[in-house]
Design a protein around this ligand. Structure first.
Ligand SMILES: [Zn+2]
Length: 244
């Protein structure tokens, strides 16, 4: 590879995940008029290359991507959505539903104030389409419906496959706040927009931690976009300190 080349991973509706090399991408304004930023959506021309890497000959934007550069938060959201898709989707034969879900999530992040609900909702859809979503309703050991409102919380075990009935939980089982489970279920079925945004902070954090725990199980390398979120959190803290 030369310094002006870029490795570009595409997610297409008809061919799934396609790894390509864009030769001279950093220099060619003719073949790549808008560059090749993360989250770019458009039409790609790919020719067979050597081995698994195709040759990306041309890429033209079909959607306006300019909002991504407006703030670090939006950039972090877009990077995260693309990065988890890149890591979790491995084969060529992906469902078109994943392509559509990512497309919708990018629309939301670019078109309005970025809302973490978009991230959680997309994580659940992605995991669901890939068959990686833990069981949120029935015991992952025996299949009986798990009651949502036990006072001590709902037992769950992500590596084992999801929530657990009292019989299979055991005393040492990790417990989930029932509200977190209720909101996660509602998010998954997309039955109530705003269900996460309007939830109390502890519930929002609980849902985030639950989703991230599942996503992390399937990562093949650390997320680069995680650094953006850490940076945003640091900036916020320093502003708060600055204001006394
Ligand atoms: Zn059970």
């Amino acid at each position: 590879m030369r310094e002006s080349d870029l490795v570009v991973v595409l997610l297409s509706a008809d061919r799934g995940r396609v790894e390509t090399i864009a030769r001279g991408a950093r220099k060619s304004r003719r073949r790549f008029p808008g560059g090749l930023p993360v989250g770019a959506r458009g039409e790609a021309e790919v020719r067979p290359g050597r081995g698994a890497l195709g040759n990306l000959e041309r890429f033209e934007f079909t959607r306006d991507n300019s909002a991504i550069g407006k703030d670090l938060k939006r950039f972090g959201f877009v990077s995260y959505l693309c990065e988890i898709t890149d890591q979790l989707v491995s084969g060529h034969g992906i469902e078109e539903a994943i392509y559509d879900a990512l497309d919708d999530a990018l629309d939301e992040v670019l078109g309005q104030d970025p809302d973490p609900e978009t991230l959680r909702s997309y994580e659940l859809k992605l995991l669901d389409h890939l068959g990686l979503l833990p069981s949120l309703s029935s015991c992952c050991a025996c299949g009986v419906e798990v009651e949502v409102a036990p006072a001590q919380g709902v037992a769950y075990d992500i590596p084992r496959g999801g929530v657990l009935c009292p019989e299979h939980a055991g005393r040492a089982a990790t417990r989930l706040d029932p509200s977190v489970l209720v909101v996660t279920r509602a998010l998954r079925t997309a039955s109530a927009p705003g269900v996460l945004s309007n939830a109390p902070l502890t519930v929002r954090r609980g849902v985030r931690d639950l989703c991230l725990q599942v996503v992390r199980q399937h990562l093949v390398r650390p997320l680069k976009s995680a650094e953006f979120f850490a940076q945003i959190a640091r900036d916020r803290r320093s502003v708060a300190v600055g204001c006394g």
